[in-house]
Design a protein around this ligand. Sequence first.
Ligand SMILES: Cc1ncc(C[n+]2csc(CCOP(=O)(O)OP(=O)(O)O)c2C)c(N)n1
Ligand SMILES: [Mg+2]
Length: 323
Amino acid sequence: MTAAQLPLAARQKALRSMLEIRIAEDRIQEMFMANLVRGTAHLCIGQEACSTGMAAALRPGDTVTCTYRGHGHALALGMGLRDLMSEMLGKAAGCCKGKGGSMHMTDASIGLLGANAIVGAQIPIAVGAALTAQVKGLPYIALTLFGEGATNIGAFHESLNMAAVMKLPVLFCCENNVYGEYSVWSKTTPLQDIAERAHSYNMPGIIVDGQDAEAVHDAVAAAAARARAGEGPTLIEFKTYRYKGHSRNDTAPYRPAGELDRWLARDPIQILKARMIADGQLDEAEFEELQHAAQVAVADAVDFAMAAPFPSLDELTRDILVD
Ligand SMILES: Cc1ncc(C[n+]2csc(CCOP(=O)(O)OP(=O)(O)O)c2C)c(N)n1
Ligand SMILES: [Mg+2]
C-alpha cells in the first residue's frame, strides 16, 4: 500500500524532525565514546521514521510510553534538545533533572509518560493510561512502542489480552528492528511477522514500512481513529532496522555481510527527501540548509548541557515518591 501524501508543512516538519534525531544521535554516540555519558546509550539511528511518523499522528492529550531506545520518540514528541542533552549528561537542567539519563527520557507535559529500561514494562503502563481515558470518557488514546524482542515477554501478552477484552483505546507499536540485543529475531521468535500475534487477541495486526514516515503516520492515524471511536486496540508492526549496535560500543559483528547496506539503501531521511524533490517541494540546497539548522541546534544543546551544573546532593532524595 502506498502511503498517502502528507501536506507540505507536515512533510517539512517530518524531515526536520528526522534530521534532528539523526544528528542528535550521532552527537550522543560521540559523547558516549568520549566518556561523557554515564551508563549506556541505545541509539535509534535508522529508525527515525517510526518516531516522526508516530508523533505526527497523535493529538495533544494522547500519551506515549517507550523504551530505553527512546531519544527519537522524545524529540519527535516535542522534547527540547537542551532538555534531552542535559539529561543525557546527568545535568540538573535535564527533563528528569539529570536523574534518569539516556534510558529514561520522560516528560508528561508532552504526553511522554516514560521510557523504560525493563523490556516490556512500558506496555501495561499504556494500557493503564488507555483505561484512564476510557473511565473518564476522555477522547485520548495511549500509544506504546517496544521492540520485537519485547513481544516474547508476558506483559506484552497480558496487555493485549486486557486491552482487547476491554476495548481500550491503545495502540501497540512494535519497532521490529531485526535484533534483540545480539540475537536476530528469528532465533528467539517463531514467527515471520510480529503482527500475527494480534490474531490471538482478536485485534487488527498491521504491517507497515517503518522506513517510510508517511506510511507510519497513516497506519497510526487510522488505528488512532479506530481507538477513539471505541473500537479498541491495534497492533502495528513497523519493519525497521537499527544501523548501530544494540548499545554502548557494540559494533554488531553478528550481522551478516551486506545486511546493513541493504537497509541503508532504504534510509528513512533519504526516502522522504527523494519524494519531496520528485514532487518539486525541495531541492538539494534547501535540504542542506535544513541539515545545517539541525546541526546548529544540536551543537547549541550540547554546549548548553556541557556548561550546565549537575544536580545538588539534596536532589538525591527528591522525586522518589509523590507527596
Ligand atoms: C525484562 C528484561 N529482560 C532483559 C533485559 C535485557 N535487555 C535489554 S534490551 C534487550 C533486547 C530487547 O530487544 P527488543 O525488544 O527487540 O528492543 P530493541 O533493543 O531492539 O529496540 C534485552 C534482552 C531487560 N532490560 N529487561
Ligand atoms: Mg529489536
